[in-house]
Design a binder for this molecule. Structure first.
Ligand code: PLP
Length: 367
C-alpha cells in the first residue's frame, strides 16, 4: 500500500498495472492516427467538401441556441426521426444511435460477450470488428476472402458451423477492398448463422446496394450505418436499425447521454439539408470513376472496382510508394502487412477533383 506523498517507483507501478489489467488488454495497441497537418488527406474515407457559408451560418445559429448547460435528450428523438425520414426506415423498426458505428459494434459485443463466444468476419475487412471483439474478451475468427475479394462461401459456412459465431459482420461494400459481396452468398450466410449477422452499410451513400428490407425477412439481421463517410465524420454518429427485440436490449447498456447536444443539433440540421450531402456523394461517385480511369492508365498500378468512396490499388513496393507520397504531401493508407491478401496494396479516398489530380501527379512522379 502506498501513502500520500510516497513516491511509487516506476517498476512498482508497472507491476501493479500488469497484475490488474487483463492480458487481452495489455497485448492490444492503441488506435494510431498519423499526423496529417498540411497534407492532402486521402487516408480516412472522409468527404472532402465544405458547406457553403450560408449553410454554416444557419448551422451556427442552431448551435448557439442549444442548451449546453443541460444534458442531451437521451434518446435523441429529433435525430432519430430525421434519420427515419432520410433513410426511409419503417416505424416497425427501432433505431439505436451510437457515438460512431464503432460504439454500436461495442454495445452489441458487450451484450453477448462470454469467454469462448466467437465474432466472425471475412478478412480483410473493417479492423474494429477484431479490435472490439478483443476488447470485450471474445474470440475473433477471420475467414480469408478469395483472391478476387469475394466471400469464400464454403469456408464461411464451415467456419459458421464449427464456431457457431454469436455475431457475424459483413460490410457491404467491404472496407478496405471496396467491393460488394455477392448477394446470394450473403443470404446463405444469414440463413446458416444461428447468431446475429450485422450488415455494415457504412458506404451506403456510394452504392445502390441496400439491405434494409432484409429486416422484413430475417430475424437475425441488424443493419448498421453511419454519417461519417457521407460528410459528418467529425460528429461521430452511427445508427443501428433492427427489431425492437434486439435493440431494446442494447439500449439498456448504452451510456445514457452517448450523443451529445452539439452532435444532436448538428446532425438534425445536416439531415434537414441532406440534399447537400447527397449531391456531394453523387459527385464523389462520378469522381471515383474518373479517378479509376486515370489510375488504370498508370502501368504500375492495378485498380480494383469500388462501390465505396475509396479505391484499392496494388503496386510494387507499396511501403516506399506510401512514404514517397507522404513526402510529397499526399497522405494515403498503406495496407501492406495488414493481411496477406493486401500485399503491396494502398487505399486512396476519393477527394475533390483537384485533390485527385494531385494524387495522380504525385503517383506519376514516384514511379
Ligand atoms: C468507417 C467504417 C465504420 C465506422 O464508422 P464510424 O461511424 O465513423 O465509427 C464502420 N464500418 C465500416 C466498414 C467502415 O469502413
Amino acid at each position: 500500500m502506498y501513502f500520500l506523498g510516497e513516491v511509487m517507483s516506476e517498476k512498482n507501478i508497472q507491476n501493479l498495472v500488469d497484475g490488474l489489467v487483463l492480458e487481452t488488454v495489455r497485448s492490444m495497441h492503441a488506435y494510431h492516427v498519423p499526423d496529417s497537418s498540411g497534407m492532402i488527406k486521402l487516408d480516412a474515407m472522409e468527404n472532402p467538401y465544405q458547406w457553403s457559408v450560408e449553410l454554416k451560418e444557419q448551422w451556427c445559429q442552431r448551435m448557439a441556441a442549444a442548451d449546453i448547460n443541460r444534458y442531451p435528450d437521451p434518446e435523441a428523438k429529433g435525430v432519430v426521426s430525421a434519420l427515419r425520414k432520410v433513410a426511409g426506415i419503417k416505424d416497425e423498426y427501432d433505431v439505436l444511435l451510437g457515438n460512431g458505428s464503432d460504439e454500436l459494434i461495442q454495445l452489441l459485443l458487450m451484450a453477448v460477450a462470454k469467454p469462448d463466444r466467437v465474432v466472425l468476419a471475412p478478412e480483410p475487412s473493417f479492423v474494429m470488428y477484431r479490435v472490439l471483439a478483443d476488447t470485450v474478451g471474445m474470440d475473433y475468427v477471420g475467414v480469408p476472402l478469395q483472391d478476387d475479394f469475394q466471400l469464400d462461401l464454403d469456408a464461411m459456412l464451415v467456419a459458421i458451423n464449427k464456431h457457431q459465431p454469436a455475431v457475424t459482420f459483413l460490410a457491404q461494400p467491404n472496407n478496405p477492398t471496396g467491393n460488394l459481396f455477392s448477394e446470394s452468398a450473403v443470404r446463405e450466410i444469414v440463413q446458416a448463422a444461428n447468431g446475429v449477422v450485422v450488415i455494415d452499410e457504412a458506404y451506403t451513400a456510394f452504392t445502390d446496394a441496400d439491405f434494409l428490407s432484409w429486416l422484413d425477412t430475417f430475424d437475425n439481421v441488424l443493419i448498421m450505418r453511419t454519417l461519417s463517410k457521407v460528410g459528418l465524420a467529425g460528429l461521430r454518429l452511427g445508427f443501428m436499425i433492427g427489431r425492437t427485440e434486439w435493440l431494446s436490449e442494447l439500449n439498456k447498456i448504452r451510456l445514457p447521454y452517448n450523443i451529445n447536444v452539439l452532435t444532436q443539433v448538428s446532425a438534425e440540421f445536416a439531415l434537414e439539408n441532406y440534399d447537400v450531402l447527397a449531391k456531394q456523394a453523387e459527385q464523389i461517385k462520378i469522381d471515383r470513376s474518373v479517378l479509376q480511369v486515370e489510375l488504370d492508365k498508370l502501368e504500375a498500378v492495378q485498380v480494383y472496382d469500388s462501390q465505396a468512396n475509396f479505391l484499392l490499388l496494388r503496386v510494387e513496393q507499396a511501403r516506399s510508394i506510401f512514404e514517397e507520397m507522404k513526402e510529397k504531401g499526399v497522405l494515403i493508407k498503406c495496407l501492406d502487412g495488414a493481411h496477406p491478401l493486401l500485399k503491396d496494396c494502398l487505399r486512396v479516398t476519393v477527394g475533390t477533383g483537384e485533390e485527385n489530380q494531385s494524387l495522380i501527379a504525385a503517383l506519376k512522379s514516384v514511379f
